[in-house]
Ligand binder design. Structure first.
Ligand code: MLT
Length: 330
């Protein structure tokens, strides 16, 4: 039998729900009234962290509140993304997701603790990040054709660095390895910031990474870049050939970073955030810093909530067959 206490609790819950529904819009109008936390699902100093810091610096000015970056590492970005999915949907906890956390992780993790489409509100795209095939500076092959022959012949001795199952570096090198028909030893890091340090010091042999992480290091000769996986060369590294020019046209890979909020975040809050991001991407200083790192900036029609929702859907569709074709991960 239903007790008086249970009925009273249920009544309070109903009353509270309607109160929340009443209060939320007015809170949304004055948003933000305090600092915002931006979860970055990889180590500090890596591509996701760097892009997030550049863009949120300008967004904070527009919004009139601080945006504090919190690096939460583990499981190729999926630990942090699961946490963000469960955060309060009030606009004060956001996440920079990417091609890995919000697309490739779906087929990579059959028991993923969140779904990119069901558990998040898309805010907007930050930047596209072309992927390069990289190796330590004393890796013997001098071009991509030699790289292909060398890794096929020496796969048992090779270590491939990446940022965990679910990361961009893991997924794009899975594509590369699948094209080449190889399975090297894979060495996970908490982000490609630390993975790059290991590549520079020669502790690992090769990796696939987002351009924003490596421009300076390639220019300084600290690592080798064999090819970029886009149709055109990148102005930040004009001497690096495209994968097509270098003889491996099947390797096409460009990642992206984007802002997401937990599902149910009020629409006026989402609109304020996408507007602030839009202003950041229009700002000359912000654009210059992102372009120097090799980012591809979305034009007006590619920005905002709807284009990001469509991108997430199409990227899940793109990476699912690639990951299935690569077969078991170990
Ligand atoms: C990072 O910020 O470390 C990267 O985005 C990791 C990756 O996905 O490869």
């Amino acid at each position: 039998m239903t007790s008086i206490r249970a009925l009273a609790t249920g009544a309070c819950a109903v009353a509270l729900a309607s109160l929340c529904a009443f209060v939320a819009p007015s809170q949304a109008q004055t948003y933000p009234t305090r600092g915002i936390t931006m979860i970055v699902p990889f180590a500090a100093g890596g591509p996701t962290d760097v892009i997030s810091r550049i863009v949120t610096a300008h967004m904070a000015q527009t919004l009139g509140q601080s945006i504090v970056i919190e690096n939460v590492v583990g499981a190729g970005g999926t630990t942090a993304t699961a946490r963000a999915a469960r955060a309060a949907n009030d606009g004060y906890t956001l996440i920079t997701g990417h091609m890995g956390t919000h697309a490739a992780s779906v087929p990579l993790y059959p028991k993923l603790a969140y779904h990119p489409e069901k558990d998040f509100e898309p805010i907007a795209l930050l930047a596209g990040t072309p992927i390069l095939i990289l190796a330590r500076k004393d890796f013997p092959p001098k071009d991509l054709k030699e790289f292909v022959a060398y890794v096929k012949a020496n796969v048992d001795k090779l270590n491939m660095a990446h940022a965990g199952v679910g990361s961009v570096s893991f997924t794009t090198c899975l594509l590369l390895n699948s094209i080449l028909g190889i399975k090297p030893t894979s060495i996970p890091f908490n982000g490609t910031g630390p993975a790059l340090t290991a590549l520079i010091s020669g502790q690992v042999d090769y990796m696939c990474d987002q351009i924003v992480n490596i421009v300076q290091q390639v220019q300084a000769g600290q690592i080798k870049a064999y090819a970029v996986g886009t149709a055109e060369r990148n102005p930040a590294l004009p001497n690096v050939p495209t994968s097509k020019e270098a003889g491996l046209p099947e390797f096409q890979a460009q990642a992206w970073n984007a802002l997401f909020a937990p599902k149910g975040t009020p629409q006026p809050v989402l609109d304020k955030l996408s507007d602030a991001l839009d202003k950041a991407l229009d700002d000359e200083g912000t654009r210059k810093r992102l372009l120097e790192l090799g980012s591809v900036l979305p034009d007006k029609s590619g920005r905002g909530q709807q284009p990001l929702a469509a991108l997430v859907k199409s990227e899940i569709d793109r990476w699912t067959p690639v990951i299935k074709a690569a077969g078991p991960l170990n």
